[in-house]
Ligand binder design. Sequence first.
Ligand code: ADP
Ligand code: MG
Length: 678
Amino acid sequence: MATHLFSEIEYLKGVGKARGEKYRKLGINSPYELIYHIPRTYLDFRAYVPVAQAKINEYNVLKLTVYKKMPPQRIRGGLVICKAAATDGMDDILIVVYNNVFGFQSLKENETYYMYGKVSGNFLRREISAPVFISAAEKVLIQPVYPLTQGLSVNMVRTNMKQALELMRADPFETLPGAVMEKYDLCPLMTALENIHFPESEEASEAARQRLAFDELLKLQLGMSLMKSRSRRSTAYKMDSSISAAPFTEGLPFELTDDQKKAVSEVISDLCRDVPMNRLLQGDVGSGKTAVAAAACYFTAKNGAQAALMAPTEILASQHYRTLSEFLEPFGVKVCLLTGSLTAKKKAVIREQILSGEIDVIVGTHAIIQKDVEYRALGLVITDEQHRFGVAQRAALAEKGDSPHKLVMSATPIPRTLALIIYGDLDISAITQLPKGRKPVQTYAVTGKLRHRAFGFVKARLDEGRQAYVVCPMIEDSESDLFAVKSYAENAAKGDLKGYSTALLHGRMRAAEKEKVMKSFRDGEIQVLICTTVVEVGVDVPNAAVMVIENAERFGLSQLHQLRGRVGRGQYESSCILITDNTSEDCVKRMKIMSSTSDGFKISEEDLKMRGPGDFFGSAQHGLPPLKIADIACNMELMNKAQNCARELLEADPQLNSPENRALKMDVMRLFNKDIIG
Ligand code: ADP
Ligand code: MG
């Protein structure tokens, strides 16, 4: 069969097995996926300069005629060096290429090229190294620059891209209905894809970007809506507003903050309606979301229904289990823990109890959404730290039972524009205040030279009865020079922390072991927990008042904020010491931000500014499918357009089943996991 758009990438001319593997590493498995490998930027070969005006030690565009190619030279270590002499008609320059014999071969003597590369040397003898080049006969002078991996040259990708576009041109298709393109002034898909790679002008590439970004935003919203619309049915668990949650809230060891009280009453009034609740509980780390969740579980149980709480890690699940048991069992509400690491026998017993309704509140990891877990009367599902879950997992939990109420909790404040998409029709309860008596965590950034002194400070706090976390990025030593918990713990026990009780905690330990360590830490038997980021979310030990983070440069702002949220959870003065020897501008800035604010919203805004909005989509942070083009935060107008368009389409054709919407629906399903839309 001839190669087509959806063939394996290896079938594309000149790709083959080795190069194919490199493409696959980039997530590109077919010519179609190659076409969606969008240029990072463009090289404008129109703006070339004479050799004499090239800026030394910078990248320049030159127009050169090659007049002599030297034979490749083999130098040490198998390195091959290729050279050619070239001229712009006035001055000579040497072209130097390392190891890329293939690229060099395509240069011909007596031919003229546009070249882009770093120029070095002096005015007597200049060199341009590893240039990207195109023939001077080429009509398209704006050339794409792709995000690459080692071993795939720009020239190579460009050649393959042209072939892939050729395949699509032979059999072009359009995903948007004609009326939509007209109304929103968008160019056809084929045009957009050609122009995103090989634009003839800035306007052409901009129009292409608009169309493709619109596509992504539209698909995202359609996908989210299609998923939501499946759970629009009325709930079987309209609860009784005459039941009071007061016995529970009054029995808590603390008084709820005003925001917590408000959130509880919002949740309860939702639970008493016959449409399922769809609410986001947003509050910074340590603001007390768990207590609100517990109140909702209490109310649900008193209404004779079950509640399920899903946490992203086993450590967090078992912590929630303990907290909820402690809060709820005195009221006769029965709580269980269901995680993947239980024995099959234990799981079977618990599943039986869930099915019989003996258990009211089920706490666990994603084990609670497995097919074999059946609920007797699931009235409420709660996901904690919801950004940690994929869209598919959240949908699976909501699919359990008979249109249960849904509460999602998150400490990650997100930009408003993004919230509109992700949470669409969710109602939001926000906890903006911290419980009384909390003191902001004092944060210091220091270099390794001060490590010894930092530990002096840590020990002083330990002597006062507090506990500490030391966070390292790695588990085992590697070539990277990054700190690893295993060797760190050994060294600390002999050195800086001699005489103090320490323990290790990392993700590769067995669940039972982790639990044992967490228990001794909670019980105060362990003074210092030397751990990886397994403690990042949710862990709550109020007596822990110091945290040391090694290789702090390795962590993003939001992650540092989450980690730091492990301390400052009780009445004690707490501190966080960030240790890094990295002096890059970016790192210094992050350390400054961390030391100067403890406001999660501010930190996430800064994070957004530093990493760029694309990163929110790039990382799986929000459980959304990955987007490549849409620049959400900067593109409010396009967002609104796409939102309007999605609404219009769904109003006219709720499941997108009409012939003119079929291609679009397929595309939505390609973006999302097929089976969650169905
Ligand atoms: P998060 O919102 O980060 O999930 P948690 O629910 O884990 O926060 O609560 C953090 C800590 O604050 C816990 O130890 C909890 O018992 C305590 N806490 C929660 N609400 C209050 C309150 N109103 N007053 C005092 N302490 C509270
Ligand atoms: Mg929490």
